[in-house]
Design a protein around this ligand. Structure first.
Ligand code: NAI
Length: 247
């Protein structure tokens, strides 16, 4: 158990982000849960669940694609808790389509939220971690950022960008005792994959050695490991969580 440590998770009110908040709260972290819009999800239910682990939670609205809103969010988090020990860059969107039909706005929107958003939050958190002389930054990439996927040029580019960002930042801040890693999930059962048809899901499962999609909990537990003292010699890595899909 950790004491008085704080984790900031973006896009934390549903899916993988919510499960990360739960797993870290169980370890004793106070939680700063970023969301795009407070009306979107069941925040009362989440507050009760997180507080049942004996920790505090605050919800902060910010569009990660907007630098000023991220600056304000990090300032509010520091005002409330005085520190940020773990940052999980989880907020992400898809706007899939084959390149011939992809609009420039759809390419840019995905890069802005997934990649620029990761920069915007990290850039505002890093000075506090440097001052503390410790920190963990864990970003959500994807296996398609490693191996590509037809219909996802925008999303794959954003996730490949996160991998490059992670490796460069890991080299930059290692001397400051800040560890920077990424996880690359395969197909995980959340709102993001719910939109796929049953036949597409069957096709996907057939290509996965473990023959099923993963759960948010299975991703969150690897993130919990990367946030913990057990991973004190791990930095600049991308850990696939994909049932063996990409080897
Ligand atoms: P989700 O769609 O269930 O949740 C995404 C969260 O991000 C939501 O809470 C949403 O409100 C928030 N968000 C979106 N745009 C935002 C913005 N501009 N500012 C702040 N918050 C914003 O998705 P899921 O599946 O939980 O995904 C979480 C992360 O994991 C994403 O980065 C996604 O790309 C990544 N991932 C998911 C996979 C999957 O199969 N579900 C596979 C690989 C990676």
């Amino acid at each position: 158990m950790v004491e008085n440590k704080v984790a900031l998770i973006t896009g934390a009110t549903r899916g993988i982000g919510k499960e990360v908040a739960i797993q870290l709260a169980k370890q004793g972290y106070n939680i700063v849960a970023n969301c795009r819009n407070k009306e979107e999800d069941d925040l009362d239910g989440m507050k009760k669940e997180i507080e049942s682990f004996g920790v505090k939670i605050i919800f902060l609205e910010a569009n990660v694609a907007n630098f000023e809103e991220c600056d304000k969010m990090v300032k509010e988090a520091i005002e409330e808790f005085g520190r940020i020990d773990v940052l999980v860059n989880n907020a992400g969107i898809t706007k899939d389509g084959l390149i011939m039909r992809m609009k420039k706005e759809d390419f840019e929107a995905v890069i802005d939220v997934n990649l620029v958003g990761t920069f915007n939050v990290t850039r505002n958190v890093i000075p506090h971690m440097i001052k503390q002389k410790s920190g963990r930054i864990i970003s959500l990439a994807s296996v398609v950022g490693v191996c590509g996927n037809a219909g996802q040029t925008n999303y794959s580019a954003s996730k490949a960008g996160i991998i490059g960002f992670t490796k460069s930042l890991a080299k930059e801040v290692a001397s400051r005792n800040i560890l920077v890693n990424a996880v690359a999930p395969g197909f995980i059962a959340t709102n993001m994959t719910e939109v796929l048809s049953d036949s597409v899901k069957e096709n996907i499962n057939a290509q996965i050695p473990l023959k099923r999609m993963g759960t948010p909990e299975e991703v969150a537990k690897v993130i919990k490991f990367l946030a913990s003292d057990d991973s004190s010699y791990v930095t600049g890595q991308v850990i696939n969580i994909d049932g063996g899909m990409v080897m």
